[in-house]
Design a binder for this molecule. Structure first.
Ligand SMILES: [Zn+2]
Length: 186
């Protein structure tokens, strides 16, 4: 299976450093997958196959491909809520999430100004609620503090976030376990 090119997308770029996950939703069964943007290799579209329902579908590349260093990536992807589809790379040891004045700003009226904190240590992280009214939830359970690992989900306000860890060391990177995406390598 080869990527589809429609000729209308952005020109192939010489070097794309960005390699964090974006979120793709299967149009047939609604399953969400993180997809590594480097799989696009400059193409505007890719064909993917859903591991859950085995249907094929086309994935559009995001309009902008930010330039970021290819280091191990710890990121938060918004999978539900007003900022759905956004991915925030966690570059600090401690990151505050909130509605304003936070490191990661979520324009969700149910989120507190400073809602929760994520402390990254290696490939896991600790999520802590900052004494909010609306709370921080993991698996529908309100938590004060909780460990996160790759593909952990949590909810604040109307926003559900997916915690992802991508190891970008040469020769050691693997595709996300839940999605088959063919790049244009032949
Ligand atoms: Zn599917």
């Amino acid at each position: 299976m080869l990527p589809v090119h429609d000729g209308t997308g952005p020109q192939r770029r010489a070097s794309i450093q960005w390699s964090a996950a974006m979120i793709v939703e299967c149009p047939h069964c609604g399953a969400n997958y993180p997809v590594d943007e480097k799989e696009f290799a400059g193409a505007s579209k890719l064909k993917g196959q859903c591991k859950q329902c085995h249907s094929s579908f086309v994935i559009n590349a995001p309009a902008e491909l930010p330039q970021l260093p290819a280091e191990p990536t710890v990121a938060l992807a918004v999978i539900e809520g007003p900022a759905r589809g956004q991915v925030f790379r966690l570059s600090k040891a401690r990151t505050i999430l909130g509605r304003s004045g936070a490191d990661v700003v979520l324009r969700d009226p149910e989120v507190s100004r400073k809602h929760c904190a994520i402390e990254v240590h290696g490939s896991t992280a600790t999520l802590s609620d900052l004494g909010t009214t609306n709370g921080t939830f993991v698996s529908a359970k309100r938590i004060q503090s909780c460990e996160l690992e790759h593909l952990s989900k949590f909810r604040i306000g109307a926003t559900t976030l997916l915690f992802t860890v991508t190891d970008n060391k040469p020769g050691e990177s693997e595709p996300p376990p839940t999605l088959v995406v063919r790049s244009r390598r032949s």
